[in-house]
Ligand binder design. Sequence first.
Ligand code: HEM
Length: 136
Amino acid sequence: MSNAQNLTYAAIQIVHNFGAVAVVGGSLIALKWRENAMRKKLAKVVLIGWLTQAASGATFGMTTFYYYQELPDISGIATYALAIKMICVTLAILMLAAYLRLGQHWEVQHLDKVWISSSALAITAISAAAFLRWFS
Ligand code: HEM
């Protein structure tokens, strides 16, 4: 691999890693910090984090396509791990977008469930990342 290619992957990985910090850390903080105004701010940060993960994850694939004219060659467990990440990202984006639009009408128990779900999705996705990394 050329230095330019390595640099490109490293730059994407930096963005992807900070996105992971935002979704895991932000969701867990919001789970503990049960104050509505703070949770709303955190929801924006965490939603941006999930969107960042989708965009930077896709950029990994596009970079490989740019250099090799084909998508990354993965199969088996790595494919399942990637699918799990994509499902987590999709569910979390839909849920947090709904929370930001409609959350002011929801009950506290419902709001708690949003953050339990976001934390569970984030922990699942970051765990799947290890399998994607080592089985591809
Ligand atoms: C659409 C969603 C996502 C896609 C397409 C995606 C894609 C990728 C790809 C292609 C890699 C590089 C794998 C390798 O080095 O072989 C990667 C690494 C990684 N991803 Fe994702 N990702 C997504 C979502 C997430 C989410 C939501 C998280 C965390 C919550 C996450 C955390 C990580 C971490 C920590 C790594 C580095 C793994 C390592 O090198 O040990 N990803 N991701």
